[in-house]
Design a protein around this ligand. Structure first.
Ligand code: PMP
Length: 363
């Protein structure tokens, strides 16, 4: 009854955890949820035509605004090579449909974004570790998910040069760039390629509102028209209402301020979380304080399997993401990803002290 493709499909562990985090009293470090306090209010009005079908590529004014943003990053993409997405998760699906056949090698970091692994796997990809060459290289080089780490300039340049030399496709996924707590030069890899085949994508989920499902991609000329056709076949176009809500926000005078305030807000949360981590897990794990994004990545001092730990944690109303899930080959025992943007105040202490107790019991 079903396609072969569906055989290997497993539910995303994140989605399964999200199903329990609404339980009363639950402290969640699991998802990448923005702080509810940081979400915008909308009481807008739209022209009736916004509720009509629209172009697959997206609203022209939004594409132009995205192109302008890309220009400031050094990414060479005019508005007519910007495609508005129904969330940047969709960009991963479109790229996989474009490049991946059963058995196609895809080069990824290890660990990397879990839901990208899920999509590539769905189309039959075979994962190879960077720096191996593959028809498609997928990277989250800036405040990555799950590690929060940034790729160095040297590594960025090296990857740009290698992808050009091999004539393969680079896919740079960049949803956390604007949640920056320590400034630095983190020029996108695609801006260092000066040609070649590439896809660069961003999202309004972290800077504005994930529930609107709005992201964007830009791509090199050889890929763009095909990506548009794939999107046509996928969902015709992204919600115009979502596009207009975001367009109003980003073209208003308050947008740069909003980004600054958001960074201040999350920097505070990061610092509070870091201090609480030192209090509760200082002698159990090591980590680097992330300079942006939404996650701490912990390496436990012993190889404690964090998957059974999750069940015990959930029974005690605390959720987190076991690190193993982010490794394409299922290695990574003794790691965990903790989101610091969602839980607050006493909940952070209660949650981390529970995790510390459970880890001590396991050792
Ligand atoms: N890529 C990465 C690396 C992510 O962390 C996420 C969200 N967690 C996405 C893509 C998808 O985000 P969205 O579809 O909300 O834009």
């Amino acid at each position: 009854m079903f396609s072969q493709r569906i055989e290997g499909l497993r539910p995303s562990p994140i989605r399964s955890i999200l199903a329990v985090i609404d339980r009363p009293g639950m402290v969640s470090f699991a998802g990448g949820l923005p702080a509810t306090d940081a979400l915008p209010r909308w009481s807008g009005d739209v022209e009736p035509e916004v509720l009509q079908y629209g172009p697959t590529e997206g609203e022209p004014r939004l594409r132009a605004a995205v192109a302008e943003h890309l220009r400031t990053l050094g990414v060479d993409a005019p508005a007519d090579r910007v495609l508005i997405l129904s969330g940047s998760q969709q960009g991963i699906d479109l790229a996989a449909k474009l490049v991946v056949d059963p058995g196609t090698p895809v080069a990824v970091e290890s660990p990397t974004y879990l839901a990208a692994l899920q999509v590539f796997r769905f189309y039959g990809a075979r994962f190879v570790d960077l720096p191996a060459s593959a028809p498609l290289t997928y990277l989250v080089p800036t405040f990555g998910n799950p590690t929060g780490a940034c790729m160095s300039d040297t590594d960025r340049d090296e990857i740009a040069a290698r992808v050009r030399a091999d004539d393969t496709v680079l896919f740079e996924d960049d949803p956390y760039r604007d949640l920056v707590y320590e400034p630095g030069d983190r020029t996108p890899i695609v801006a260092r390629m000066h040609g070649g085949s590439w896809i660069y994508q961003g999202s309004f989920s972290k800077t504005f509102a994930p529930g609107l499902r709005l992201g964007f991609l830009a791509a090199s000329e050889d890929l763009f028209a095909r990506l548009v056709m794939i999107k046509q076949a996928t969902d015709l176009h992204t919600s115009r209402l979502s596009q207009h809500i975001v367009l109003d926000a980003i073209s208003g005078p308050d947008w740069p301020d909003r980004l600054d305030r958001l960074a201040d807000f999350y920097r505070d949360r990061r610092d509070t979380f870091d201090a609480a981590l030192h209090r509760h897990l200082g002698d159990l794990a090591t980590w680097e304080t992330p300079k942006g994004g939404l996650f701490f990545w912990l390496t436990l001092d012993r190889r404690v399997d964090t998957r059974p730990l999750l069940d015990q944690a959930i029974a005690r109303n605390v959720a987190f993401m076991p690190g193993e899930e982010f490794f394409p080959d299922g290695t990574g025992v003794g790691t965990m990803r903790l989101n610091f943007s969602h839980a607050t105040g006493d909940d952070v202490d209660r949650g981390l002290s529970t995790l510390a107790e459970l880890i001590r019991e396991q050792r």
